[in-house]
Design a protein around this ligand. Sequence first.
Ligand SMILES: [Zn+2]
Length: 269
Amino acid sequence: MRLPILTYHSFDESGSPISVAPATFRRHLARLHAAGYIALPLSEALERAGGPTRRQPAPARERVVALTFDDGYAAVYRHALPLLADYGWRATVFPVTDYLDRDNAWPGQPAFVPPARLLAWGELRELASLGWEVGAHSRTHPDLTRLDDRALTEEVIGAKAVLEHRLGQPVQAFAYPYGRCDRRVRAAVRTAYRVACTTVMGVARGTSDRYALERLDMWYFSRAPLDGLLASPWMEPYAALCRAGRRGRGEVQQAIRCLSTGRRSAGGD
Ligand SMILES: [Zn+2]
C-alpha cells in the first residue's frame, strides 16, 4: 500500500500556516483529477488502497489519495464541499467538538494563527449526510501527551461519544491535535478508533503504524507541483525536507525553488 493522505485546514488568502488559498486548492484538485487520481475519505481510501486495515492489494492502475481537513473550519463547507462535489469526491473532516459553532480560539492556539470561524453543527451534519467521514480531533485541542489519564479519556473517548450521539453514525478515525502522541495516547486512541493520523510528513504505507499514519500538509504544496510529486521518486526526499524545514519554513520555500528548477532541467534533458 502507498496512500498519500493530504491535510488541509482552512481556505483563505492570509498565507498563515493553516491556510491554503481557495484558488490553490482548486488547482490541486484539478491537477489530481487530470493525473488520474480519485479522492476519498480516509477510512474508505485505506480500504481501497489495501491497508493497513485490509491485506488485499488495490487494482494496480488506481491512484487514490485521502483528503483530510483538520479542526473543522467553516471554510471547508464554503470552499471544499462545492469543489469536491464537482468531481464526485468526498473527504474526512476532523472537528474539535467543543468548538463547533465557535471559532478557533482554544487555549494553546499560537498567536500567528488568525481567528477563523469553525463549522456549525448543522453544517457538519450536512457533510455527514453527503457521505463525508467525520473523525475526531479531541474536544478542546490540547496536547494530549500532557494530560492525566482522566482528561485524556475525556478528550479522546468524549469527542467520539458526542459526535456519534449527535450525528448518529460511527466515528472510526482520529487526528492527534498538533500531531502530538506517545505510547500512552496511542493506547487510549486504540481502544475506540480504527485509525489515527499524525502530522509527520510522509506517505502512508502498508508498513505504517495505523495509529500513527503519516500525512502530507498541503501548506507545503502551495507552490510545489503536487500531482507530479505524488507519483515521483522526489516525494520522499521532499517530505523529509519539509520535516526538517518545520524549524524554518524558508528552507522549504528554497527547496521548492530547487525542485522546480530540477524539474525544468529534467524536462529539458
Ligand atoms: Zn488541529
